[in-house]
Ligand binder design. Structure first.
Ligand code: ADP
Ligand code: ASP
Ligand code: MG
Length: 401
């Protein structure tokens, strides 16, 4: 059996945790299995690298950021190999170049395209535990890239797919996927199983427990995931196709404070305005999420959209530089998205109304709304995020089975 095990930052934050992970991997190895380990940077090291970079240059070139980022993961894998060696088990660390993890060229937000498996297979044949850097890739210019924050999950799933692994286990600092972030909603309950589609929505809408692209890949290649704790042996959550969500209408609540609203006010009301606006943003790789267009009045209209905090100022700049058919652009970063997700919603009316009622009861104003078949998202003031998550979680009684 070949098993891919991924451990996040908190799971390898210090010497004791590194040895804890080493022992867990060795246990698997001693069952006679092939073990491939994917690691993140230790603790909050990636954040520290960002702070260091911004201290030197507040807008560091993205290529150089990726050069810097890759140190973090490289440090973890080397130390892990040393720990396993100390425990008497042969292990080898490999970075994205040594494996050859080919990615697209976009620095800071690359996608894995192809992974060479020969080197890993060769090392496994020598009965070594193979420890691979998460989060990084290499592009056609022979440069390092990174996969976006939280991207080590995606490395693990991509490796599991490429190696046709029998299991892909994501070890983290909580016991699995919960009905809401257990750090924000005290009554949150661990789910035994969740579907790819639900997990993809949850991850995209702010449930940082899994990188959303890892779920996308898992679904595409049929890699079943287990999310579980690195600190205990409880069973965790299975992420798979069509898992019955315990017949629940709503499976989870997610909040995302990394959201900004950009409003373009007084736009000339004529054909092609939306196309030109969003086309300009797309050309600069700015992902737009919710979009709201007001009813035209006196030949003008307003278009508001949401994007990440990081992209908001750039979006406003692009609009100001490329267009002159509007009155003003306003950026508001003090907003957040709160969403409910559930496969059961498709066939049930009234779910959205119930969510809005929870917000009304909590006296929280809704600024934008968007829906899909399996989710409802509202935009609210950032200060109300946790209160809104708790109110909605309680309203749907998600803490109880
Ligand atoms: P790692 O470093 O292991 O990748 P992350 O910090 O990226 O860990 O992800 C784990 C964190 O995700 C948890 O500590 C938890 O606060 C947060 N989280 C957000 N939403 C959820 C959820 N629905 N279920 C579980 N954890 C969640
Ligand atoms: N170290 C990276 C980050 O902090 C990748 C990861 O943890 O998955 O975003
Ligand atoms: Mg993570």
């Amino acid at each position: 059996m070949l098993v891919v095990k991924k451990f996040g930052g908190t799971s390898v934050a210090d010497k004791e945790r590194i040895f804890n992970v080493a022992r867990r991997c060795i246990e698997e190895y001693q069952k006679g299995n092939d073990v491939v380990v994917v690691l993140s940077a230790m603790g909050k090291y990636t954040d520290e690298l960002i702070t260091m970079a911004k201290d030197i240059n507040e807008l560091p070139p993205k290529r150089e950021m990726d050069m810097l980022f890759t140190i973090g993961e490289q440090m973890s894998v080397a130390l892990m190999a040393m720990a396993m060696n100390k425990l008497g088990v042969p292990a080898i660390s490999l970075n994205a170049f040594q494996v050859a993890m080919h990615s697209t060229s976009v620095y800071g937000n690359a996608r894995l395209k192809r992974i060479d498996t020969e080197r890993i297979r060769h090392e496994l044949e020598q009965r070594k535990i193979v420890i691979v850097t998460g989060f990084q890739g290499i592009n056609k210019y022979d440069d390092y890239t990174t996969l976006g924050r939280g991207g080590s999950d995606t490395t693990a799933v991509a490796l599991a797919a490429a190696l046709h692994a029998d299991a892909c286990e994501i070890y983290t600092d909580v016991d699995g996927v919960y009905t809401a972030d257990p750090r924000k909603v005290k009554t949150a309950r661990k789910l035994d199983a969740v579907t790819y589609d639900e997990m993809l929505e949850l991850a995209t809408l702010g449930a940082g427990v899994l990188h959303n692209r890892s779920v996308e890949l898992a679904k595409k290649y049929g890699v079943q995931l287990v999310v579980r704790s690195s600190l205990n042996t409880s069973e965790g959550t299975i992420v798979k196709e069509g898992a019955k969500m315990e017949k629940m209408l709503v499976s989870g609540v997610a909040g995302d404070i990394d959201t900004a609203r950009v409003a373009v006010v007084g736009l000339k009301d004529e054909p092609g305005v939306a196309f030109k606006l969003f086309n300009a943003l797309a050309k600069h790789n700015i992902n737009v999420d919710m979009i709201l267009q007001s009813i035209g009045r006196k030949g003008t209209k307003d278009i508001s959209f949401t994007t990440s905090d990081e992209n908001a100022d750039e979006a406003a700049k692009i609009i100001n530089e490329n267009f002159n058919n509007f009155e003003s652009v306003e950026v508001d970063k003090k907003v957040a998205k709160v969403s409910i997700v559930g496969a059961g919603m498709q066939t049930n009316a009234g779910v959205a109304a119930k969510m809005f009622e929870a917000l009304y009861d909590a006296n929280i104003n809704i600024r934008m709304i968007s829906t899909s078949e399996i989710r409802v998202t509202v935009l609210i003031d950032e200060a109300n995020t946790e209160r809104a998550m708790n109110a909605i979680h309680d309203k749907f009684d998600l803490g109880n089975k």
